[in-house]
Design a protein around this ligand. Structure first.
Ligand code: GH3
Ligand code: MG
Ligand code: MG
Length: 322
């Protein structure tokens, strides 16, 4: 039964020298590293310095009895296994000790020394199993955390546009539905900005697709710089962006749209001189809940129609009526 991973550091506590000698002899022969103490006070001092995984303690001792020692040990190191040594006369106390968290008890005088060996090995095996359990639980928790993080990343990926990192078309439609419901329920308002890059096919043709991609990312960032945390900016598709502006009137939305239009007009994009207007620009259509409609599709149609009206006006402009 003896094996290396079933050996342990053991503290033996007894006020009778003969018992200390028997216990330490048997346990040392089994490969354990045994330390002895002749009373509870000495034992707790040793224990505080470096807790033992396994303790054998007599119950009836000088000032501090075995039950009190058990209590203090469990306070310092709850995982420590304590084996109580008792006489037939104080079996009740031994049962109390089991209730207070002792692992097992031995009755003295010992009939067979093998009982000492066996109880020690069982206790060490139990310690090994709980350590293994804790390790597996830790692993499980780590894997669970990794899964949660991966799931969150996946959820985020599902609502983001790969090129610009802005919300995607699908997320925008969900957000618009929620915003319409919120406004209906609480009689609030919001505006939409529908934005399209002017003559972007030409920009690609003259500067190459990768430069076009960079321009789209920059435009996304420039629009975002003008928004509040509660505004929702999405890439609607291709070179089109859309913004939900909660609590914003037509006037406010027009002011903001105009600021964004100017900012992009003034931003120096590489190779923009080849554009028909000599610079890279955007056009915008604005629609407002409830002035222009009280459902998503009507508002989208109106914003889209106004965007095309802005294009018709010569591009690099904003349209909020008609
Ligand atoms: P308009 O002023 O009328 O909007 O002209 P336009 O050229 O911008 O419009 P059109 O719809 O003819 O072309 C849109 C262009 O946007 C064509 C397409 O190659 C480009 N585009 C769409 N998505 C991307 C993209 O992800 N990256 C790049 N580089 N270009 C894109
Ligand atoms: Mg377009
Ligand atoms: Mg365009």
């Amino acid at each position: 039964m003896q094996s290396n991973d079933l050996s342990s550091r053991i503290l033996v506590v007894d006020d009778e020298q003969s018992l200390r000698i028997i216990l330490s002899q048997v346990l040392s022969d089994d490969g354990h590293m045994v330390t002895v103490a002749s009373n509870g006070e000495e034992a707790i001092e040793l224990f505080r310095k470096e807790p033992f995984p396994l303790v054998f303690t007599d119950i009836v001792m000088g000032k501090m009895n075995g039950l009190e020692l058990l209590r203090q040990i469990k306070e310092i190191a709850p995982e420590t296994q304590v084996i109580i040594i008792t006489s037939h006369a104080s079996l009740d106390t031994a049962i109390n000790a089991l209730r207070s968290g002792a692992y097992d008890y031995l009755i003295k005088p010992f009939e067979e020394l093998e009982m000492i060996s066996n109880v020690a090995f069982r206790a060490v095996d139990r310690l090994r199993l709980s350590a293994e359990n804790a390790r597996l639980l830790g692993q499980l928790k780590e894997k669970n955390d990794q899964l949660l993080t991966a799931n969150m990343a996946l959820k985020e990926l599902a609502i983001r546009d790969g090129l610009t990192g802005l919300y995607n078309h699908r997320y925008f439609h969900e957000a618009l539905t929620v915003e319409v419901l919120r406004c209906r329920r609480h009689s609030r308002g919001f505006s939409l900005l529908f934005i399209d890059v002017d003559r972007f096919k030409n920009y690609n043709d003259c500067n190459g697709h990768p430069e076009g991609d960079r321009a789209l990312r920059t435009i996304g960032e420039l629009i975002g710089k003008n928004l509040r945390a509660s505004d929702i900016l999405a890439r609607y598709g291709g070179e089109e962006f859309i913004v939900i502006l909660p609590e914003s009137s037509l006037e406010v939305a027009c002011g903001l749209g105009e600021r964004i239009r100017q900012m992009i007009e003034e931003h120096p994009f590489p190779g923009e001189a080849s554009q028909p207007l000599g610079k890279l620009t955007i056009s915008l259509g604005v629609a407002t809940y409830r002035d222009d409609g009280d459902d998503s599709s009507t508002l989208m149609e109106i914003a889209d129609r106004r965007l095309y009206m802005a294009k018709d006006k010569g591009r690099n402009s904003l349209c909020s009526e008609g």
